[in-house]
Design a binder for this molecule. Structure first.
Ligand code: NAD
Length: 293
């Protein structure tokens, strides 16, 4: 156990300061480009968690000076209608970023839909072209949650070179891209998942542990190497005995903070950074929009 509790990696504070910096960048770019940046967030159906995320993104857009071209569609909207909307946005010069809020209703093919987004406007970094650029180490739009994790590590001067990094979860959205980004930052990376055996020993070897599973309390203190950096990507909604609901991560924060060197809170950690990286991607795409024209 550490003499001191872990240092908090404050994603909320960093996200706010990044948004202030981006707002200044937008003001300066706007003098040349003569229009604000534009982001279209497409939401289908009435998933309350998705609606809350979309509101958060729109609020951040306002703060940074990004125009919102968001659209909300009824649950039963067809694939063809959504594909047409994406094609229109691909050709709209006021729009620099297009994001489809996931998850989608089950009748829709989310992969086919995401593939319709022009790679230069794919601010979620999920198009195969941008994932391919990540694999090859080329410049491109990177997915927001993994970028947010890397930016937090950088901000707090957490060394990655030569460190043992363990990523729990292998999704295209989080696990795989974060593993590739840590690899590009010279960490030695292990990816663990639902079929991993001896998970405890692997997790305990981590200098940097990224947990992106979606299971409350998966990681507790005796699984964590003393002094490790613990990044909790998981978001789980729990309801207490009095019926109050709140968000928690995958890491048992109270016990792990006594062992870890650094730890992200939930909320106020990776989630806040995800939105900030979306703003950053949109502004980056905007700054390159003359090349698109
Ligand atoms: P997913 O369901 O697509 O993937 C979960 C992964 O966890 C899978 O690869 C699976 O193999 C692995 N897994 C399942 N059980 C496991 C176990 N017992 N041990 C080790 N690995 C196990 O989910 P996702 O989209 O990658 O999201 C993961 C979590 O991150 C969710 O809680 C999600 O809400 C959250 N999330 C947070 C943000 C954010 O901004 N903070 C963004 C995206 C996702």
């Amino acid at each position: 156990m550490n003499a001191l509790p872990a240092q908090l990696l404050d994603g909320k504070a960093l996200a706010l300061s990044l948004q202030t910096e981006l707002a200044a960048e937008v003001r300066s770019l706007q003098q040349r480009l003569d229009r604000p940046p534009g982001l279209a967030v497409l939401m289908v159906g009435d998933n309350p968690a998705s609606a809350a995320y979309v509101r958060g993104k729109e609020k951040a857009c306002e703060k940074v000076g990004i125009a919102s071209f968001g659209q909300h569609f009824a649950t039963e909207t067809s694939q063809a209608v959504l594909e047409e909307v994406i094609q229109t946005l691909n050709h709209d010069p006021r729009v620099d970023g297009i994001l489809v809020q996931l998850p989608l209703p089950p009748h829709l093919d989310s992969v086919a839909l995401l593939n319709q987004i022009h790679p230069d406007k794919d601010v979620d970094g999920l198009h195969p072209v941008n994932l391919g650029r990540l694999v090859r180490g080329e410049l491109g739009l990177r997915s927001c949650t993994p970028s947010g994790v890397m930016r937090l590590l950088e901000e707090y001067h957490i060394e990655t070179q030569g460190k043992q990094a363990v990523v729990l979860g292998r999704s295209i959205l989080v696990g795989k891209p974060i593993a590739l980004m840590l690899l590009a930052a010279d960490a030695t990376v292990t990816i663990a998942h639902s079929q991993t055996v001896e998970l405890g020993a692997i997790v305990r070897s981590a200098d940097i542990l990224v947990v992106a599973v979606g299971r409350q309390g998966l990681i507790h203190a005796d699984m964590v190497k003393p002094g490790a950096t613990v990044i909790d990507v998981g978001i789980n909604r729990i309801t207490d005995s009095e019926g109050n609901s709140r968000l928690v991560g995958d890491v048992d924060f109270d016990s792990v903070q006594a062992v870890a060197g650094h730890i992200t809170p939930v909320p106020g950690g990776v989630g806040a950074m995800t939105v900030a990286m979306l703003m950053q991607n949109t502004v980056w795409s905007y700054s390159r929009s003359e090349k698109r024209a």
